[in-house]
Design a binder for this molecule. Structure first.
Ligand SMILES: C[S@@+](CC[C@H](N)C(=O)[O-])C[C@H]1O[C@@H](n2cnc3c(N)ncnc32)[C@H](O)[C@@H]1O
Length: 363
C-alpha cells in the first residue's frame, strides 16, 4: 500500500490494528502479508493511505524489456479480472535502468494480450469508462506488478464534493488529528475550518466511523471477493460506530465557507456532531479556551504580507495566552518560524497536495 509522505508511522499502526504483519517499508510503500479479508478491511478502515495494492508478482534485476514481458505474461490474469472492465496501466520507475513509461506500458500491453487474448476490453481506451488499475513499479531494478484494489485514491471519501479555497487532503486532515493525540472527550477547535475537513475527520475518528463507507472499491469489481462477503464487511464496520456528546468547534470568518462546510458534513451524515460558527479568529484571543486545537490557517490566498504576519503573530499570541491549550497548526507559511520563540515550538515536515508544510506544536 502507498501512503502520504511522513505519516508512515500512522499507516503502520493502522495495519497492526487489523493484525496485519508488516514486511517492508520503502519509499512510502508499506508491504504487509495479507488475505482477502485484511485487504477489504484495510480499504475500509485506513484513514491515511492513498491506495491498497495487491502484489501479483515481482522479480529482482529486471533490466531489459524481455524479462519484464515474461514477468507480465506469466501472471494468471484471468484469475483476477472479469471480462467487463478495461485496464489502465501506470508505471513508475526509481533508480532503475528501465524508466520510459511509454515503453513499459507498451510492453505490458503486448504481454497481457499474449496472456489473456481479450484484446478488445483490456485495451479499451475510452476515457469515459471506469478502469481497473495495474501499476508496474520498478525500484532499484526490482519490478513489482501491483493491482490497485482501492480504485480512486482513498482520501476521496465521498463526502466532499464542495470545497472552496485550499482544502486540505482528507487523509492528511485525519493524520493531523491522530498526530495531535486529541483525547476525544475533550474539546477540539478548528478556528480556520474552511470546508470542515479537519472537524469531519476528527468526528469520524472519535465515533470510530470507517471513512470509506460511502464509496465503492476496485476489489468489488475483481474476482477476489463475492458481493455478499464484501457487504458483510461493510455491515461489520458499521456496527463498530459509537456515540458520545463530542465537542468539536469549527469556525471561519467567511459565511460562504460555513455553508459549504454544512453541506459536506451533511453528506458525511455528521451535521449534528459539530458546533459551527461564523467567527473571526481574533475573537478567540481573549477567551480562555482549553484542550486541543488543530487548524490549517490561511497562508497565501488573498492575504497581503503585512496581514499574514499580523495573523500569525496573533496565532502565537493566542497560544501564549492559553497555556492549557494543546495546539497544532499546519501551514506552508514557513516565515512563521521567524516570528516565534523557536524553543517554545516543535515542528514536523508534511506535504499538503505536494506542497511542503510544517505541523507546528507549542511545547
Ligand atoms: C487554508 S483554509 C482552511 C482549509 C480547510 N482546512 C479545509 O480543508 O477546507 C483557511 C481558512 O481560513 C479562513 N480565514 C481567513 N482569515 C480568517 C480569520 N481572521 N478568522 C477566521 N478564519 C479566517 C479562510 O476563510 C479559509 O477558509
Amino acid at each position: 500500500m502507498s501512503t502520504i509522505a511522513w505519516v508512515e508511522s500512522i499507516a503502520k499502526k493502522e495495519i497492526e490494528m487489523q493484525w496485519g504483519k508488516i514486511e517492508e517499508v520503502v519509499d512510502r510503500l508499506i508491504t504487509f502479508s495479507w488475505d482477502i479479508t485484511l485487504m477489504v478491511r484495510m480499504n475500509l478502515w485506513s484513514r491515511v493511505w492513498n491506495k491498497v495494492y495487491m502484489l501479483l508478482d515481482e522479480k529482482d534485476w529486471v533490466t531489459d524489456f524481455d524479462t519484464l514481458f515474461d514477468l507480465v505474461k506469466n501472471i494468471h490474469w484471468k484469475r483476477y479480472f472479469k471480462k467487463d472492465f478495461p485496464l489502465l496501466v501506470k508505471s513508475s520507475s526509481v533508480r532503475s535502468e528501465l524508466f520510459s513509461s511509454r515503453t513499459i506500458q507498451s510492453i505490458w500491453k503486448k504481454a497481457i494480450i499474449k496472456s489473456v487474448k481479450w484484446e478488445a476490453w483490456v485495451l479499451n481506451e475510452d476515457d469515459s469508462l471506469e478502469k481497473l488499475e495495474v501499476l508496474v513499479l520498478i525500484i532499484d531494478n526490482k519490478a513489482k506488478i501491483l493491482l490497485n484494489t482501492s480504485w480512486n485514491a482513498l482520501h476521496m471519501r465521498g463526502y466532499r464534493t464542495e470545497a472552496w479555497e485550499a482544502p486540505i487532503k482528507e487523509s492528511l486532515a485525519a493524520a493531523l488529528v491522530l498526530l495531535s493525540n486529541w483525547r476525544f472527550k475533550e474539546n477540539m477547535y478548528d478556528p480556520f475550518c474552511g470546508s470542515w475537513t479537519i472537524a469531519i475527520e476528527a468526528l469520524m475518528i472519535a465515533k470510530n466511523i470507517a471513512p470509506w463507507l460511502k464509496r465503492w472499491f476496485a476489489y468489488e469489481k475483481l474476482k477476489l471477493i463475492d458481493w455478499d462477503s464484501a457487504e458483510k464487511e461493510r455491515a461489520l464496520a458499521r456496527k463498530k460506530n459509537f456515540d458520545w456528546d463530542y465537542k468539536i468547534f469549527a469556525s471561519d470568518i467567511d459565511p460562504e465557507m460555513i455553508e459549504i462546510a454544512k453541506q459536506n458534513a451533511k453528506r458525511a451524515w455528521l451535521e449534528d456532531g459539530i458546533i459551527f460558527e461564523v467567527k473571526d479568529f481574533k475573537d478567540y484571543i481573549d477567551n480562555n479556551i482549553s484542550w486541543t486545537l488543530v487548524s490549517n490557517p490561511p497562508y497565501w490566498e488573498r492575504l497581503k504580507d503585512e496581514n499574514i504576519r499580523w495573523l500569525y503573530n496573533n496565532i502565537d499570541k493566542l497560544f501564549r495566552l492559553n497555556p492549557e491549550l494543546k495546539w497544532w497548526i499546519i501551514s506552508s507559511y514557513l516565515e512563521f518560524d521567524n516570528q516565534i520563540e523557536k524553543t517554545n515550538y516543535k515542528k514536523r515536515k508534511l506535504y499538503n497536495w505536494g506542497e511542503k508544510c510544517y505541523f507546528w506544536k507549542r511545547v
